[in-house]
Design a protein around this ligand. Sequence first.
Ligand SMILES: [Zn+2]
Length: 307
Amino acid sequence: MLPIVSHPCYSFPFPDKHRFPMSKFGLLMAHLRQTGIATSANSFRPGRCRDDWVHAVHCPDYVARFRSNQQTRKELRRMNLPWSEDLVRRTLIAPAGTVLTAQLALHYGVACHQAGGTHHAHHDYAAGFCIINDLAITAKVLLHRNRLQRVLIFDCDVHQGDGTARLLQEEPGAVTCSIHCGRNFPFTKALSDLDVALEDDLGDEAYLNVVSDSLYQLLDRYQPELVLYVAGVDIYEGDPLGRLRVSRAGLRERERMVLSELKRRRIPVASVIGGGYDDDRSALAQRHAMVTEEAGRLWTDSAEDRA
Ligand SMILES: [Zn+2]
């Protein structure tokens, strides 16, 4: 079975002209249902993230100020999302969705969260549409509650996972990797265990080689017991916030290649969708669906995989 994690609150009424495509989460689930990939039998819905999990990563005062709309104007500008009760609700549920996805992946070998990857969220401030860092929270829960020894965060969003790198710096069991466009946001980079800064306009072949080389190197060196895969689609050539030239076919090949290698090595993988931007929200949702589609193909096509 391919577990799919989502929540109806992920998309909510939101300014349509805003750069952040809040409607994509609902469109993505609609697409997965229409194509028969998500059914009532394999869909899971998270609850609200526990406060102690959030506070293991974030400053309680920052979280309280976000929840009660008491951030300064400067903080709001950095967050770059209009505050609302709906935003608070989805922000406090989504990290629990990534934790649930990871725990399902430990059981089933794979699971796909239809949100998550808020990698620019820092200890006491939000940045670049990211408020609470689901990846750092999930890594800590897996290491301390599920007692894993090593978790790899393999971040292929086109922007560096700076928040995740900083939040997990003192967490020896968490290995962070970011493969991003060097000239892109954030302009001050953090230090991950492995950072690969790509040149602008990199095309399919060179991009896919870097991703596979980095993945193999990390798996050989660290032998993680679970991989959190940030499948950001802003590497796509048509993405207004990316600077790379990866085609739709190249994007699909990345998802197939990453997932098939993890399956081959029998390493559980939990995917989150990461960033992706487009005025055509349906086309964007379809690009985000690729990672789940490829997981479905790899894990449900033969009966032996269910063992
Ligand atoms: Zn991004």
